[in-house]
Design a protein around this ligand. Structure first.
Ligand code: HEC
Length: 173
């Protein structure tokens, strides 16, 4: 029993000692990681304040997205963002934001994080809501008078919302 205890204590030692022994690293506070902590989950937790509508999104799309994704989101250098709804079970499935992505909140997370491709994280919160609304409108998922915010975006039901199945294997993430 005593032996087992001393082994247990010995195993803990490196973890306890490392912060001081090597003289490197320091505790980090939440402010320092805030600009990296921008994940938005399916339910929309962490969506920022602000809002944007389809009309404003159309302007942003024309100025900052169309050169790569096509004037109507049909694709170019960048992926097609529109179309393919209803094709997933066909012989030629067309996977786009509209046909494939199960959650509208992912659109906000992805555009804010990664687009425009040549200037990621340059759009304001309002602009990301607006351009998300426009991409959803192009896919006929929301009507033209739509304005999206942290409350309404998670409520948008994507056509492929129920098209995914859970992975039943043990040990999955
Ligand atoms: C310079 C070219 C370029 C510009 C400008 C650009 N994109 Fe993209 N976009 C890409 C490329 C390339 C990809 C694929 C990236 C990858 O797979 O890693 C992509 C991927 C995407 C995707 C994911 C598509 C999918 O089905 O996986 C979305 C959504 C998107 N872009 C939206 C936008 C929006 C909205 C804008 C404007 C605010 C924009 N993009 C501006 C090149 C661009």
């Amino acid at each position: 029993m005593l032996k087992a205890l001393s082994i247990a204590v010995a195993c803990m030692m490196p973890a306890l000692a490392s912060a001081t022994d090597y003289g490197i690293g320091h505790a980090i506070d939440r402010n320092a990681i805030a600009s990296w902590d921008i994940d938005i989950d399916a339910a929309g937790h962490n969506l920022p304040a602000g809002s944007g509508d389809v009309a404003h999104g159309k302007q942003i799309f024309g100025a900052k997205c169309a050169m790569c994704h096509g004037a109507n989101g049909e694709g170019g250098v960048g992926d097609p963002l529109v179309g393919g709804i209803g094709t997933l079970s066909s012989e030629k499935p067309k996977k786009t934001v509209g046909s494939y992505w199960p959650y509208a909140t992912t659109l906000y997370d992805y555009i804010r994080r990664a687009m425009p491709y040549d200037a990621p994280q340059s759009l304001s919160a309002d602009d990301v809501y607006a351009v998300s609304a426009y991409v959803l409108y192009l896919n006929k998922i929301v009507p033209e008078d739509t304005r999206l915010d942290a409350k309404s975006l998670p409520r948008v039901k994507m056509p492929n919302r129920d098209g995914f199945v859970s992975d039943p294997r043990p040990g999955k993430l």
